[in-house]
Design a binder for this molecule. Structure first.
Ligand code: ADP
Ligand code: ASP
Ligand code: MG
Length: 407
């Protein structure tokens, strides 16, 4: 029986003509093996960032609909060029935008969710023997407008397509050899993992490991799509992201993630009564600002301090809303610390090994790094600290949890 394969290539893999040709020759090999191949590609190199910057040179607050219209063009450049490259290698191929591929999304511009996939055209093109190249990161909303799926969204396109066509394999090709114990660009001792569970990858991605988009992992877990993250330019085996990894509970910490795009906000001396937190976070949710860690101090008298983190890129949007809430609720002040980062250790083994958080705090204390906020899940401990301490924190933790020596 013919195998169906989804191959996703990230932006760095299609950054220039030479790389696009290398990707095309890799696809040609897969096609020659007789597989039905669906390819998903991102925009070349930094195109998405460049387009965003261009929009902001025109206006401070571009319409989200038009922003999506603009950003989606990046992926269209890649699909067309890659299809041309395959043609030049005598391999039949056709490029499809997200809407042409039958990818439907909700109306949340710039961060839409995929609602359904109707892969009729994909199937008919595959049946003609063509390699089908789909633009990542985009879909069509109920208004028939193009929407994008959030940064890193081509991963989501690939996983969702793999689920929709019941693909035998979903391969994520990127500029590193797989998922490492920490970002290999920051920790040179980081080791490639052979396997990692969905739950761990989800926590790592949520804590800032950009190698996979967090939502794509949620979808992979839901539909049981096993992922193979590997290098575009090397043949080596990469990392398998799977449901369970044998012996996984023996490893206390599997990986470390960090996120520098964080800011900390504190509302001081706000009344201690029901409804206050609902008011603050409701107002932020209304403008779709995600709040991460939240700490409420012990009440002193009739008031509290509430601190929380948001993405630094949301700070400009959050401040006027908080000023308004402050006036309405009679809080004393708002403090803003712009340069914080979040560092997280992740591992399913934490469930069965006590003392992991304590070891993290001791390690940071020894390195004279102050912890400003802490949050935990069953398999993660995350700390907010000063951005200038971020890299050092990741390195000392990597060593303390024996990840340097992992084979
Ligand atoms: P693509 O363009 O292929 O989507 P991304 O830039 O989104 O690639 O993701 C790959 C990058 O993720 C790597 O270059 C690496 O710097 C970074 N990264 C962060 N954390 C990790 C990790 N734990 N393992 C591997 N790569 C990581
Ligand atoms: N091009 C989009 C981005 O830069 C989507 C992706 O690369 O996955 O976020
Ligand atoms: Mg990516």
């Amino acid at each position: 029986m013919l195998k169906q394969v989804v191959m996703k290539f990230g932006g760095s893999s299609v950054a220039d003509a030479e790389k696009i040709k290398r990707v095309a020759s890799r696809i040609k090999v897969a096609r020659k093996l007789g597989d039905h191949v669906v390819v998903v590609v991102s925009a070349p190199g930094d195109t998405t960032d460049d387009l965003l910057e261009m929009a902001h040179r025109i206006t401070d607050s571009p319409s989200e609909r038009e922003l999506d219209m603009l950003l989606a063009t990046g992926e269209q450049v890649s699909i067309a060029l890659l299809s041309m490259a395959l043609h030049s290698f005598n391999t039949d191929a056709v490029s499809l935008t997200g809407p042409q591929a039958g990818i439907y999304a909700d109306a949340n511009h710039t961060r839409a969710r995929i609602t359904k996939i109707l892969p009729t055209k994909i199937h008919s093109e595959l049946a003609k023997g063509k390699v089908v190249i789909v633009a990542g990161f985009q879909g069509m909303n109920p208004n028939q407008d193009i929407t994008t799926l959030g940064r890193g969204g081509s991963d989501l396109t690939a996983v969702a397509l793999a689920a929709a066509i019941s693909a035998d394999r979903c391969e994520i090709y990127t500029d590193v050899k797989g998922v490492y114990t920490a970002d290999p660009r920051v920790v040179k001792e980081a080791k490639k993992l052979d396997r990692i569970s969905y739950d761990e990858m989800l926590e790592l991605a949520g804590a800032g490991s950009q190698v996979m988009q967090a939502r794509s992992i949620e979808v992979a877990k839901k539909y049981n799509v096993e992922l193979h993250v590997r290098s575009t330019f090397l043949e080596d085996e990469g990392t398998w992201i799977v449901r369970e990894v044998r012996g996984m509970e023996d490893v206390v910490v599997s990986g470390i993630a960090f996120d520098r795009n964080q800011a900390k906000l504190s509302i001081l001396e706000i009344e201690d009564r029901p409804g206050v937190a609902a008011k603050i976070f409701g107002a932020l949710a209304d403008v779709r600002i995600n709040v991460d860690m939240i700490i409420q101090s012990a009440a002193s008298g009739f008031s509290n301090d509430i601190s929380f983190t948001v993405a630094r890129t949301d700070l400009k949007k959050a401040m006027p809303i908080l000023e308004k809430v402050k006036e309405e609720l009679g809080a004393k002040d708002i403090l803003c610390e712009e340069k914080v980062a979040k560092v997280a250790i992740v591992g399913v083994g934490m469930r069965s090994h006590p003392g992991v958080a304590a070891k993290m705090f001791q390690t940071l204390a020894k390195a004279k790094i102050n912890i400003e906020m802490i949050s935990t899940s069953e398999i993660k401990v995350a700390c907010v600290l000063k951005e200038e301490d971020c890299e050092k924190a990741v390195k000392v933790l990597h060593k303390a949890f024996n990840l340097n020596s992992k084979s």
